[in-house]
Design a protein around this ligand. Structure first.
Ligand code: ADP
Ligand code: MG
Length: 703
């Protein structure tokens, strides 16, 4: 058989599997071929290289492997649960093996006098040690040989374990062992070039597959992992880099001139001096939009870094050159607010700005549609209502997407279809993304960073208080309000428990009303279940300073901008995610007054403690996002879930940044040298890509 025939051989033919087990493996693990099984990587390893003397076991040994004969078996009760205890003895001593599950089966399987080999976690009980639910096997010559060195551990499913064959991690390891025995001519084709392998000090692909499953020592595991992670990240990065290159070549509109509108706004109406970061980014956008290529730029800037004004300048480039601009925000409130701010900024210029959201009345909507087609409308701001099919532009030159994390890649792709060539795209996000992720998710975009806050901002003081101190907190807020400030009280509102959360908010609102008596203070509330008019009225009262306190859910998370509001109290802060807390806190600290963010909680879980401590320690969004990534893993970060980009089989973006970086460099270098992978030394790479092309998710092709 040729190696390919072996790799794509049905697993039923592997020694020890057969058609029935094969069927179960098909169904449970989507394993069909020999190569599928080889691609089923272990998630950890056990060190079976040493057999410990029972007398040597103490707290310094975390996992122990022992060999001895069973001298006694009995059941006992442990915290009201029946346990099975088997005492094992070797030449040096005696120890208890404690089993909580499978008691019936074990009491039949284990025989007094027989020799077994056991492996498990060492547990201290008063001044003695025991081993809790160890793996245990008869110490035959074969098991002793098979159980030597480092043993791979595989995930299995309940259905596999409970099947009549009791398929567990050992079964899988055994089958993989059998594959290597059964097919000595087995080969796994290399998919990297010699140069890349050498430069990154990688082992061959074939060696990596052997060692990831059947290593002899720790070093082999590390080398196998490094190689397979690199490979996985390399192909992902190669894909992104090719996408990026293609994008850069796609034709775009030319914004020829910096025109009158831009100059007039800059010279006469700009309400403040731009920060250097803002100037730099505006220049980057200017350069992008005059080249004749389509701009795809991501603007990352922490909350309050002044992204809106960058958007306005970009819009003026477009309008000055006869193009229309669409700006899309994730929520109605945010769209309204952008509309108000931007209309105000541009009020003395001949620019027609309009708002289109789900609640725009039909008459107004009709007017907008007409004016878009006749090019009388220059700047349309709105929610995703903007990308509906019936919204047609005369000449859409620029699309600005605010708070990207709320939009999927597919939506970004859709709006590009609104004109031909596609409009320039500026994506703005206030959720700073750790470098690893930015390179992976947004690898197809050019990135600008606003890394400087406008001058005169006072740092926000963040404190954590337990509910036992709630009265002090309320008194503090009262003092601040009496000194002329405004305050937010934010309540968690999580989808699943919405009704209860809403009750909490209502109760909290009534409670606050008692403390802040109505004759002196005005409170408003805002949550998603209110009608738009009610919300709007409440918002307006707070903007205008008529209300001193706003009780709200996270609907205020993005965009709300009231500089005089300098205090935020976050109720049950432990229930919020880190990036959400950071976004919320960004609502204060926008004016010239010293600002406060108070996180109220009861007792904290370990994770919540890290979140709260991080918030208290830093206001740096990038630092916060790094912690968030560690806590939640990349798949859970806002907006990344739908990207499908983070489902790596072996690479882990929380820890593999150095490998990612090296893989990216190699990918970019390769494309510079041989874009179409035509050199013979790059054929293995091309071959591999072609073979995998079929399985690629759809969105990569459209994005
Ligand atoms: P972001 O959207 O990045 O969170 P905004 O664009 O809403 O931030 O700006 C935050 C606040 O800072 C706004 O009140 C805005 O008017 C103000 N601002 C923006 N740029 C500057 C600047 N260069 N100098 C002073 N204030 C600024
Ligand atoms: Mg903003």
């Amino acid at each position: 058989m040729k190696y390919r025939d072996i790799l794509y051989q049905d697993i039923a033919y592997v020694k020890g599997i057969g058609p029935d087990r094969a069927k179960l493996l098909n169904e449970e693990l989507r394993i069909f071929t020999v190569f599928d099984l080889l691609n089923y990587f272990p998630f950890r390893y056990e060190d079976r290289s040493v057999i410990h003397n029972i007398s040597s076991i103490n707290y310094t040994i975390e996992y122990a492997q022992i060999k001895g004969h069973i001298v006694n078996i009995f059941t006992d009760r442990f915290v009201n649960k029946e346990v099975l205890i088997a005492q094992m003895k070797d030449a040096t001593g005696k120890i208890d093996l404690v089993f909580f599950n499978g008691i019936k089966w074990l009491s039949k399987f284990l025989k007094i006098g027989k020799t077994y080999i056991a492996y498990g976690k060492v547990n201290q009980f008063r001044d003695t040690y025991n081993i809790q639910h160890p793996e245990i096997e008869e110490a035959t010559e074969e098991t002793l040989k098979f159980k030597a060195g480092w043993c791979a551990v595989y995930n299995t499913t309940e259905r596999l374990k409970n099947s009549k064959w009791r398929i567990d991690t050992e079964s899988i390891r055994k089958w993989i062992f059998n594959i290597y025995q059964q097919y000595p001519q087995l080969q796994i084709p290399e998919n990297l070039s010699k140069e890349i392998i050498e430069k990154n000090q990688l082992i061959s692909r074939e060696q990596a597959y052997k060692w990831i499953h059947l290593p002899e020592n720790k070093e082999q595991i590390n080398k196998a992992r490094a190689r397979l992670k690199f490979e996985e990240l390399f192909f992902a990065q190669l894909d992104i880099a090719r996408q990026h290159k293609k994008m850069k070549l796609s034709k775009g509109y030319v914004f020829q001139n910096v025109g009158e509108l831009f100059n007039e706004f800059y010279n006469k109406h700009l309400p403040f001096e731009l920060t250097n970061a803002q100037k730099r980014v505006i220049k980057e956008i200017r350069n992008d939009t005059k080249t004749g290529r389509q701009m795809n730029r991501l603007l990352q800037g922490d909350v309050g870094s002044g992204k809106t004004i960058v958007a306005v300048f970009s819009a003026l480039f477009a309008i000055d050159n006869g193009f229309q601009v669409a700006m899309m925000a994730p929520t109605e409130i945010l769209a309204q607010q952008h509309f108000q701010n931007i209309s105000k900024l541009l009020q003395s210029l001949p620019v027609n700005v309009k708002l289109l959201t789900g609640s725009t009345p039909n008459k107004e909507r009709k007017l907008i549609h007409e004016q878009l087609l006749s090019n009388e409308l220059h700047f349309l701001i709105g929610t995703h209502a903007l990308i509906e099919d019936n919204v047609q532009f005369h000449k859409l030159g620029l699309v600005i997407i605010d708070e990207q994390h709320r939009f999927g890649v597919a939506q970004r792709a859709k709006i590009q279809l609104k004109s031909e060539p596609p409009p320039h795209v500026l994506v703005m996000t206030a959720t700073p993304i750790p470098r690893t992720l930015a390179m992976t998710i947004y690898g197809d975009l050019d990135v600008s960073v606003l890394d400087e806050l406008p001058p005169g901002r006072k740092p926000i003081v963040t404190a954590h208080r337990y509910y036992s101190k709630r009265m002090d907190v309320l008194q503090f807020v009262k003092d601040q309000i009496d000194a002329g400030r405004q305050a937010y009280f934010v309540f968690p509102l999580i989808q699943e428990s919405e009704k209860m959360d809403l009750e909490d908010l209502e109760k909290g609102y009534e409670d606050l009303k008692r403390f802040f008596s109505e004759d002196k203070y005005k409170l408003v509330k805002v949550h998603g279940k209110m009608s738009n008019e009610e919300k709007e009225a409440a918002m307006q009262a707070f903007y205008k300073g008529e209300a001193q306190i706003m009780v709200a859910t996270t609907v205020i998370e993005v965009g709300v901008d009231v500089p005089n509001a300098s205090i935020m109290v976050i109720e049950n802060a432990n229930r919020f995610g880190l990036s959400q807390l950071h976004q919320l806190r960004g609502r204060v600290g926008r004016g010239s007054e010293k600002s406060y963010c108070i996180l109220l909680t009861n007792n904290l879980s370990e994770d919540a403690k890290v979140r709260i401590e991080t918030m208290v320690r830093t206001t740096n969004g990038f630092e916060i996002s790094e912690v968030d990534l560690k806590l939640r893993g990349p798949g859970e970060l806002a907006g990344t879930r739908q990207s499908g980009m983070l489902n790596f089989k072996i690479a882990d973006l929380t820890t593999d940044y150095p490998i990612l970086k090296a893989a990216r460099e190699s990918a970019i270098e390769l494309l510079e040298k041989d874009e179409n992978l035509q050199f013979p030394e790059h054929w293995p790479i091309r071959e591999y890509i072609l073979q995998n092309e079929k399985e690629k998710p759809l969105w990569i092709k459209i994005a």
